[in-house]
Design a binder for this molecule. Sequence first.
Ligand code: NOJ
Ligand code: CA
Length: 707
Amino acid sequence: MKIYSLFPLVLLALLSSCSTTTKSFSTSTDSPDGKLEVTVFVNDAGKPGYLLRMGDKTIVDSSYLGYELKGAPALKEGFSVVSSSVTPFDETWDMPWGEYKSVRNNGNHLVVNLKDGSGRLLNLHFKLLNDGLGFRYEVPAQPAFADSIFVQDELTEFSLTGDHMAWWAPGDWDIYEHLYGTNRLSKIDAAARRNHKDLGCTYIPDGRAVNTPLTMKSDEGYYLAIHEAALYDYPDMTLHIDDDTPTLHSALVAWPDGVKYRGMAPFQSPWRVIIVGEKAGDLIESTLVLNLNEPNKLGNPDWIKPMKYAGIWWEMHMGVSTWDYAGSQDMTSYTKPGEMRPSGKHGATTANTKRYIDFAAANGFGGVLVEGWNTGWENWIGPNRPQKPFDFITPYPDFNIQEVTAYGRSKGVQLIGHHETSACVAGYEEQVDTAFKLYQSLGVHAVKTGYVGPLQGKGYYHHGQRMVRHYQMVVEKAAKYQISIDAHEPIKATGIRRTWPNFMAREGLRGQEFNAWASDGGNPAEHLSIVAFTRMLAGPIDFTPGIFQIDLHKWKPNNQINTTLAQQLSLYVVIYGPLQMAADLPQHYANQPAFQFIKDVACDWQDTRVLNGEPGDFVTIVRKEKKGDRWFLGSLTDENARSFDVALDFLDPNTTYTATVYADGPDADYKTNPTSIAISSMEVTAGDKLPVKMAPGGGLAVSFVKK
Ligand code: NOJ
Ligand code: CA
């Protein structure tokens, strides 16, 4: 029986604050603004734990920490405190690219050093900032673990104090491309979302587990998100939900033998992160995940460049052309390897690439992505693919890579390279040096990677420690060849972009491509209003917005895009990414006045503010461009029409701006009339209010330019 069906929440809060443990040690620190307080304790049995308060509210009640080990006693009890300290920190660092010009990293660092009965050491680190808490385990160098340590389970608890409303995706060990559920924690049924037919791989262990970021709203009104920061050489953390209490437990992705982490001392875990907000938008504005990462190792070289890009991409997802030369492949049919006979449907030809380069140059876009240029696409996906399907060096005969890159250079447009591995990682690791070297020699400084399908080797998963190492190896190697990475089917973002700013973007969600072929018809209208408050807390997204030909019937009779055209525009502001695609076919932008917004909108920012929003309902974000003083606004709604006013007090005072407004037409509706758009312009100042009126599945995009 669920406790929550018996007791009202107030009573429960009282009960939980009484359920304090007998503590032999306890120490606390505050956030700089005094609103949050973390207490770290060791109880009478020598079990370490923590609790987090905001004013008089307990956000996380006494929660224990520790490790279950394989081949050694657990590191979870019998500890005494060797020493503890609190060190304040306050620095401001510049983002080479991002949502802000600079970020303040201000808080208190509390360290508790523990020793157990056999002299084994464990250090706990807590960093409390105004926007939340980060904590991590450190196992320092010591004889007991000098050769090896095998973590069977990380025992981190998050003992929540209410049955919060949650926006969640299932704790899949292989892929993040799931729809989000919206339920109270007690009602989450991760199994219900397991059987997604379209995904080449998906593995969700038994039990109720969700992935992070997990976003929640309490009945008391505050918002919480749990995630992790600085995930290096360690498995991804999913969260397991207890059946009878709202306690979440870390549930790490395993190696084939069930071990979660293998290594030796010294090592440290990623930070476990609890972002706390009074408003939902505070979660989006938070920089906690970034602040918990190490400083930039690459500086601000000009080969790391935010840009808008076009690409030979949507045409394959529409089935207009193919990745493979023989023209037999599309996303849904797995055919046998054929002879290399051109069908006339191959997308990545020299001529087609030049057409896209012309389109990009004419519209000020910096890059053109070309997928399907290299040999191997005849049989790349599915269980019968060869061990090493792809050759990352040899182009198909109709793609002259030297010619297209030289052509691009002459027009100021760079090729964005593509390495689809189809999760055949060993073959990729063998070739990755030569492959990056080739791109570097051709002036290519950005590569999209992909990991479609199950990993080779039974019991290996995309989110396990082995693959975390792989993704990191690729980004560090890429840096050596002056290449930025946009990873699809990636490991989750955990703020590593601060340290490795060439890790620019990732997918890691159901992107636009699902609208092209998902057997459930595509992303529902509420999808992006959840993404903004969940996946986006992890970091930049390559969602691939900007589909203007919203009616897909001609190509995909059973698929559709559940947004209006104005919402497609709003995504350039709402869904942050430094590499923003204009994803549709060039011909679909011809004679479309709304295309002007995509040409105008920036993709690198000096400021970001969330004006309003609720997960799953709507959100409005304004961002100020990095190199200039234009502001852009994006607002989007779920399946419900919505109207409200937003204050323009983010604009400079005493200054007149021309606002160009791209709004849903009066008769717009994502189901019946998605392309109805009303474009108008007006003069505004910081004292004005802008009326926002959105259709079902709609959106709004505005540019503000000083007069
Ligand atoms: C899945 C990626 O998300 C998509 O963008 C890409 O086109 C295909 N894989 C093929 O690499
Ligand atoms: Ca994908």
